[in-house]
Design a protein around this ligand. Structure first.
Ligand code: SAH
Ligand code: SF4
Ligand code: F3S
Length: 485
């Protein structure tokens, strides 16, 4: 039996820094001995990893539960990207520990980026967990759990150069049965000075393209109609049969090299009714070849998440993003000229990075005016221990200034989102239905190719269907219309 999706949105109203989504496991009773509760924070890659972890533990005697106080093993898949993300996890661990006082056999484990960053500190100094497992060590989970069963503490934070979990079939959590994530690579070789990811996720490695296509095909056969290919920097996806001979299943004589554009094409060919999305594109690496591949296939969605971080070249240099404002603008121009105005573009922005002046902040606002993003994730800078910026630069912008700049960026984005949404009024767009709208069971919702949420009356339509919707109204976040076919 499966419960409905449990999806808690914590919107931090006061400083509106970020909308964090927490995902928890669902109830599934198949008669297994023990119960697993897994709660995930952070990026889509982390959510995707939780599906791998669940698959591994389901094969080793676990059913899942959506109630942590019912679980034998409670796992938090954590994020270290900003200080607040870690604070949220610490508070949650304290809550779990209070429940554990009455349930001494319960095992509490930390997975993911915070596990990797803090390693055994969480066990030894803070004594709030029994199990610490980094992102490349999930195959070891069953034996680590047994170790804890035997009364020992267990840690594995080994970072691998090869692990891609290519052969593991993820258990889809919080699934609408229509859209799914596929991890295509792991780690990151960029060294953006503000970012903790290269330290928590290790070296970049690309997954066997044939295993990716197989996963996409299987999802399609199961009724899924959209896959999102995930990586920290998908444009640097690169796989060669020679280097990966061991992992390769279908061997050929010649060395085959697959880049991201090639991979996109391979997945797009699985079926014309399987939509393909991807995230995240890096402005330094996104190629015209990728843009032309997107143009060639109707089922590759016309939407690009292209984080700028800042609109000022000096700040971008300090951030070690390895592109300038001009380079970024050139990439946006290429998107517009190859894919047209309709292609959705979104960004991530950081305000108040070390030494950022008021004029440099204005450059971020003017870049936003130039691009007119459909959507952005916006943050104020949060210094992370061990990063290049923490070592080299002083975190010298006062918090109130960071927050004021952030609120300016947020309100500019609100204007642009509304402006961009208004361009859709009167148009008819193909929408993949994902389920009921958040507000009412009389309305359905899905997304158009550009990733915008479209809401329309339910009539007799069902999730998983494609419909054409005429857009009649909009808010900054949603398009509203009626089905015309
Ligand atoms: N790989 C992606 C980003 C992954 S992290 C990319 O290169 O764009 C997601 C976002 O978190 C980043 O784009 C950045 O905007 C934000 N972020 C990362 N480190 C941060 C920090 N120290 N403070 C504030 N925001 C940060
Ligand atoms: Fe972090 Fe930069 Fe890698 Fe993105 S590309 S994960 S921001 S280091
Ligand atoms: Fe957070 Fe790790 Fe993702 S730090 S954003 S969970 S890669």
């Amino acid at each position: 039996m499966k419960d409905l999706i449990t999806d808690i949105d914590i919107v931090k109203e006061k400083d509106r820094e970020v909308c964090e989504t927490v995902k928890v496991s669902e109830n599934e009773h198949t008669g297994k001995e023990r119960k697993l509760y897994i709660e995930s924070y952070g990026c889509q890659m982390n959510f995707s990893d939780s599906e791998i972890v669940t698959s591994i533990l389901k094969d080793n005697g676990f059913d899942t539960t959506s109630e942590f106080d019912q679980a034998d093993v409670v796992l938090l898949n954590t994020c270290s990207i900003r200080e607040k993300a870690e604070q949220t996890v610490r508070n949650r661990l304290k809550q779990f520990n209070r429940v554990k006082e009455d349930k001494p056999g319960m095992i509490i484990g930390v997975l993911g980026c915070m596990a990797e960053r803090l390693k055994s500190k969480l066990l030894e100094e803070e004594k709030i967990v029994d199990l610490v497992v980094g992102p490349d060590a999930y195959r070891d989970l069953p034996s680590l759990v047994s170790k804890v069963d035997d009364g020992q503490k267990a840690v594995n934070t080994f970072l691998s150069r090869e692990e891609t979990y290519a052969d593991i079939n993820p258990v889809r959590l919080n699934s609408n049965g229509v859209t799914a994530f596929i991890s295509i690579m792991r780690g990151c070789d960029n060294m953006c000075s503000f970012c903790v990811v290269p330290f928590t996720r290790g070296r970049e490695r690309s997954r066997d393209p044939y295993s990716i296509v197989r996963e996409a095909r299987l999802l399609f056969e199961q009724g899924f109609r959209e896959v999102t290919l995930l990586g920290q920097n998908v444009d640097s996806y690169k796989w060669s049969s020679e280097e990966n001979n061991k992992a390769r299943l279908e061997k050929t004589e010649v060395n085959e090299v697959v880049n991201f554009a090639n991979l996109l094409e391979m997945v797009a060919r699985v079926h014309p009714d399987l939509r393909v999305r991807f995230s995240t594109s890096h402005p330094k690496d996104i190629t015209d070849e990728v843009l032309y591949t997107m143009k060639k296939y109707e089922n590759i969605c016309k939407y690009i998440h292209l984080p700028a971080q800042s609109g000022n070249t000096r700040v971008l240099e300090l951030m070690n993003r390895t592109y300038s404002r001009e380079w970024y603008i050139n990439r946006v121009d290429a998107i517009r000229s190859i894919l047209g105005q309709e292609c959705g573009i979104s960004s991530d922005m950081i305000t108040g990075f070390c030494t950022e002046t008021e004029e440099e902040h204005q450059d971020t606002l003017s870049l936003m005016d130039y691009v007119k993003y459909d959507f952005s994730y916006m943050f104020y800078y949060s210094e992370r221990p061990g990063t290049l910026a923490a070592k080299k630069y002083e975190d010298d912008i006062p918090l109130d200034v960071k927050k004021r700049r952030l609120s300016e960026v947020i309100s500019r984005q609100q204007q642009h989102s509304l402006e961009r949404n208004k361009l859709n009024l009167g148009k008819t767009q193909k929408v993949l239905i994902e389920g009921f709208s958040k507000r009412s069971d009389e309305q359905l919702q899905g997304r158009n190719s550009a990733n915008k949420v479209v809401v329309f009356p339910r009539e007799n339509y069902r999730k998983g269907q494609y419909v054409h919707v005429k857009i009649e109204d909009c808010t900054p976040a949603t398009l509203i219309g009626t089905v015309v076919d």
